[in-house]
Design a protein. Structure first.
Length: 1085
């Protein structure tokens, strides 16, 4: 009878709800707990957490107790549980830590839960869920690290370089014995062929990278030879012979210069031009010691260099990226590794455990498994991520094959760059550690692990770089190499290598993988044989090429955010000494072929395709959107199309920059800049399930923290960038508190959104050491420091001092207060009372000093103060931050908000990233909702609407349309304002245990709504105004409480049944509810 009773009850409640007599319930009493999660995942495989946290959605309005049982089999849950919590009196249904016996490796753990409502009635048991552990100890691993053939291309000692070229500009540089030292090819011989106002000449120079704290390259002239024959406009045969320190140069067969210099002993060759189209290289040949000889005539369109484009005549130097060194990268092709093995019995289950130093692309019997990008990279000398896959269905009796192609990723990156990843202490050739464990149906087990018995061969990916792109020759694919029946006798034994030194830990966050396929919205032939594909908006991912054509033809794809006036793409460049995002595919000539990059992602709207045979048909080029595969949890919609477009741009920009951590741009740097992330953290947490990826990233910050306590501005990083006194960060800024604050803000957002206290505890030591380090620079008693990074990307431009943003010291000190304040609060939450008291006092001392210096008590605002102590007018950011952080003297908050409002109303938006983060929230909270809405929907510069008005669907690095990057996320903070203030949905207690609904409704907007998929269920706030009457609807999930603030300016509030009125408060009526759907109306004025 219980199901019938439940049905009658639901029917009765539905009738009553339709009559407006009760709120609509979101649960039924006869339901069991559902949507069980372990460490935020439905069924995690390979978990290594010692005490996994369990969560479920409770079906009862008020949970009073729960009981969990865990077993090593589903049947054992009832008969022989490993752990039974017993009945625990608690309303908690999230963040419940497993407290049973120690977990074992390779074990699936089944669990289920039942709960009791507030009347003491028990639900049934949930449908069982499970988690599975991976290899928990070093002794569980039989596998060894293996790599590919010991091969180093393009690194010659003695050499002969022959180049057939035409000088079409004023000069061209020829590099040899070039090495990626410093931020460029800082060690090199550079021979310049010039023909300008000084006449034809050969200028011989040596570059030297001094090392140490300097990043500047020293140039020394070795010779300057006046030539008799003109160089410009004619074909030249250049030959350079270097034997030891003796270098002989010939032009058209005649010796023109001899130099003796032994500064450099080996390296690669390349070209560079200071102007676009400086020269055309028709052919180049290099032979010498240490590396194989090469010869390129660029026939068919292939280009092995790190930039430039290929025309009918050859390689065009500096085509679109003047000043970049176009070299033959010092790297070997991505190796293939394989192991054939036989399985003699039926397979019950199989797990593939692996870790990659780089980006391994694994396959089982030809089927690709996992993601080559994994869950992101780490500092490999600290931490290496391991993965577990269920490959049972891919195995069969008889011969099987495990295969992998080893991409470089960040581990083997060779392009010199601003951040010195090419010189990281963990840098090496890509490697793989893999272990397949097969369990047969008879219970026996067999292990196939990487070791010296594996076979390897240089593969068809001739070059791969996360920045530069990939070069793939399909003619070199060994047919069937990753399947049974292939004979690998000509392959060599895979070398066993040391591998990275970092601790191997489970990758518990989402993989970076394709999440959507898109087609271009337009295709244009901008020149004969040159097609530009427009995908309508900037995305992060890669192009997919479908082509048929002759063997040996090369198709190039250049991905970019923008196009030039002639319709061609503008190649991305900057901070990496290479042309960026350029992929080249050489056809096998065997009918229809499809290829896509494997070892990195690009940020682009446009893709320029050169060399496509004939006219590309429909579907010739599509794209995959690629990012950390997080779920969408929050949404926003309104009656204003512009707001909806801005919201789309905000979330798209966050996702385009989510690749194992929050990057600053998917096109250029791809770095985890902390200051960017803390600005958009609220928008991300209220829109996407970022719990696992942020947990991984915060571990990256802990790994990166120096012994002194300094946390670099990017993570992961190298010891050469992001710290004081390093060559990549060669100014002594010390702490940069707006950036460093991410170490506090990200854990706090996870606590607020998910009720996660473990994330606070895990990061306590890092936070404490960071604040203590910062206190050695921003010292008592005045806590001032006029150095470092401050407000960023202010209206009017971007600079390092940002005096327009209120002064470095004011912003820096405000953020130092915020750090100390958050640390004090989190210390109290995790039970560290002494730390809580200590940092509460520090925060109070900072607040006192700040207010003594900047607070103008007579006028009721914060003034600027110059280096001489002279007071100036208030700025927006200097008033926004103290008000947002709780630094304003009690009782004076409204006056500060009014000051901000007056300034914004008069001058418009004048903030950068950090002022914009809080501006709209402050205006909405302090009675200026109309102004907040006007600012949010402006379409002149600077504004969010300015980008939308000009046809863009992502957010820019600066307010200006001339911004370098058109896909930055730090201005996405506006999306948080839309959800929390405009629609009015926010957490009233950690983890949405209290759902707070409090919209700040402006004039002129007819409706807005926001939803959030919380740990307890769906929360919702939606309102509409029609003919002066307000309808406000709130949804409160089971086992939570609702606090609903209904604006009273629309008339008398008519509450639904089940809503308890508490009080009137500053233009709102406050109601408390239980779970359910509640609709409030007003009678109108």
């Amino acid at each position: 009878m219980l199901p019938l009773i439940g049905s009658l009850r639901s029917l009765l409640l539905g009738v009553l709800a339709a009559a407006g007599l009760v709120a609509t319930p979101l649960y039924a009493a006869d339901q069991a707990p559902a949507e069980l999660r372990t460490e935020y995942a439905a069924a995690p495989l390979g978990l290594d957490t010692a005490a996994p946290r369990l969560a479920w959605r409770s079906p009862v309005a008020r949970q009073s107790a729960y009981r969990i049982r865990v077993a090593t089999s589903e049947a054992g849950l009832e008969r022989a549980p490993l752990w039974d919590s017993g009945k625990v009196t608690s309303a908690d249904n999230v963040q419940i830590a497993y407290a049973g016996p120690a977990l074992a490796s390779r074990q699936r753990y089944w669990w289920q839960v039942q709960v009791w409502d507030e009347g003491g009635n028990a639900t049934g048991w949930s449908i069982p869920a499970w988690w599975e552990t991976g290899l928990l100890g070093a002794s569980d691993w039989q596998a060894q690290w293996i790599s590919g053939p010991a091969r180093r291309d393009h690194d010659w000692g003695d050499l002969t370089l022959d180049a057939d070229l035409t000088l079409t500009g004023k000069s061209v540089d020829v590099l040899f014995r070039a090495l990626p030292n410093g931020k460029t090819y800082g060690d090199a011989y550079v021979w310049t062929l010039a023909d300008d106002k000084n006449g034809p000449e050969l200028i011989q120079t040596v570059r030297r990278y001094p090392g140490g704290m300097s990043s500047a390259i020293k140039m020394e002239r070795l010779g300057q030879v006046k030539l008799t024959a003109p160089l410009k406009g004619r074909r030249i045969a250049l030959s350079i012979r270097a034997e030891g320190g003796h270098i002989v140069t010939r032009i058209d067969g005649a010796v023109v210069a001899t130099v003796d210099n032994d500064a450099h002993k080996h390296g690669t060759i390349g070209f560079a031009g200071k102007e676009a189209g400086a020269a055309t290289i028709h052919a180049v040949r290099v032979s010498g010691t240490q590396s194989p000889a090469v010869a390129y005539d660029f026939a068919g369109g292939d280009n092995p260099f790190s930039g430039g484009s290929v025309s009918r005549d050859g390689l065009v130097v500096a085509s679109g990226v003047p000043g970049v060194d176009l070299v033959l990268p010092i790297e070997a092709p991505a190796p293939l590794v394989r192991r054939a093995f036989r399985l003699a019995k039926p397979v019950a289950s199989a797990r593939l455990y692996y870790a990659g130093a780089g980006m391994p692309r694994l396959s089982v019997n030809g089927s690709v498994v996992g993601s080559s990008l994994g869950a992101g990279f780490t500092a490999y000398d600290k931490r290496v991520l391991g993965y577990a896959l269920d490959v049972t269905s891919l195995l069969r009796r008889g011969e099987n094959v495990l295969g992998a192609e080893l991409g470089r990723g960040w581990y083997g990156l060779t392009d010199p760059n601003e951040w010195y990843f090419h010189a990281a202490p963990w840098h090496a050739e890509p490697a793989l550690k893999a272990q397949l464990e097969v369990t047969y149906t008879d219970g026996t087990r067999e292990t196939i692990a990487t070791d010296g018995s594996w076979r390897t061969l240089s593969g068809p990916t001739l070059g791969d770089s996360v920045h530069r792109g990939e070069r793939f020759d399909a003619r070199l694919v060994p047919a069937g190499w990753d399947r049974a029946g292939f004979r690998d006798r000509k392959w060599q034994a895979a070398p066993v290598v040391a591998g990275p030194a970092g601790q191997l830990v489970a990758a518990n966050s989402e993989a970076i993988e394709p999440v959507e396929n898109i087609a271009p919205v337009a295709v244009k032939e901008v020149a004969p044989g040159v097609h530009v594909y427009d995908f309508g908006r900037i995305v992060a991912g890669w192009p997919v090429l479908k082509v048929s054509g002759p063997r040996g033809l090369t198709v190039s794809m250049v991905a970019s955010e923008r196009v030039a006036e002639d319709g061609r793409v503008v190649p991305a460049a900057g901070l990496i000494d290479a042309q960026l995002q350029t992929d080249r595919y050489t056809l096998a000539g065997k009918g229809a072929e499809q290829w896509e990059p494997r070892f990195g992602y690009r940020g682009f709207r446009y893709v320029q395709v050169d060399g496509f045979p004939g006219t590309p048909g429909e579907g010739a080029l599509t794209a995959r959107i690629v990012h950390s595969a997080v779920a969408h949890t929050g949404s926003f919609a309104s009656a204003d199309p512009l707001l909806n477009q801005i919201d789309f741009a905000a979330i798209a920009s966050i996702l385009n920059n989510l690749h194992g951590f929050q990057t600053d741009t998917p096109t250029y740097e791809k770095n985890g800049w902390s200051g960017d992330a803390q600005a958009s953290a609220g928008a991300a947490a209220r829109s996407l399930d970022v719990a696992r990826v942020w947990t991984k990233w915060l571990a990256d910050f802990r790994d990166a923290q120096s012994e002194k306590g300094e946390v670099p501005e990017i993570a992961p990083t190298t010891p050469l960038y992001g710290y004081e006194n390093t060559p990549g960060w060669n100014v002594i800024w010390g702490p940069t508190t707006p950036w460093d604050a991410a170490a506090m803000i990200l854990p706090w957002e996870l606590y607020t959104t998910y009720g996660d206290t473990r994330i606070l505890a895990d990061n306590q030591d890092m936070q404490r050491r960071l604040v203590d380090y910062t206190a050695t620079f921003i010292k008592a008693p005045d806590f001032q420091r006029s150095a470092g990074l401050s407000e960023w990307a202010s209206a009017g431009g971007m600079d390092y001092s940002n005096s327009r943003g209120g002064g470095i010291d004011a912003v820096t000190t405000a953020y130092f207060f915020h750090q100390a304040d958050l640390l004090a609060k989190s210390s109290a939450i995790v039970g560290k009372a002494d730390d809580a008291a200590r940092y509460t006092k520090l925060a109070e001392d900072i607040r006192t000093a700040y207010n003594a210096r900047y607070w103008d008590a007579r006028r009721g605002w914060y003034r600027t103060v110059d280096a001489k102590g002279a007071a100036g007018p208030p700025t927006q950011v200097q008033n926004i931050l103290p008000l947002a952080f709780g630094m304003v003297p009690p009782g004076r908050e409204q006056g500060v908000a009014d000051t901000i409002a007056r300034d914004v109303d008069k001058q418009g938006l004048r903030t950068g990233v950090y002022g914009a983060r809080y501006l709209l929230e402050i205006l909405s909270d302090y009675g200026h909702a109309n102004l907040a809405y006007r600012v949010a929907t402006r379409t002149d510069e600077p504004s969010w609407g300015w980008w939308i008005k000009n046809g863009h669907k992502t957010m820019f690095e600066t307010w200006s349309l001339n911004s370098r990057s058109r896909d930055h996320h730090y201005f996405a903070s506006i999306a948080d304002w839309m959800r929390q203030r405009l629609a009015g949905l926010r957490p009233g207690a950690p983890g949405y245990k209290v759902v707070l609904v409090k919209p700040a409704i402006p004039d002129g907007l007819a409706s807005a709504e926001a939803a959030m998929d919380t740990a307890h269920g769906r929360a919702f706030s939606g309102w509409k105004v029609d003919a002066g009457k307000l309808t406000l609807t709130a949804e409160v999930p089971a086992n939570t409480t609702g606090e609903i603030w209904v604006p009273t300016r629309f008339g008398t509030v008519v509450p639904p049944a089940g809503a308890q009125r508490l009080r009137e408060d500053k233009g709102y009526s406050l109601y408390r509810t239980g779970p359910g759907r509640f609709t409030f109306t007003t009678g109108g004025k």
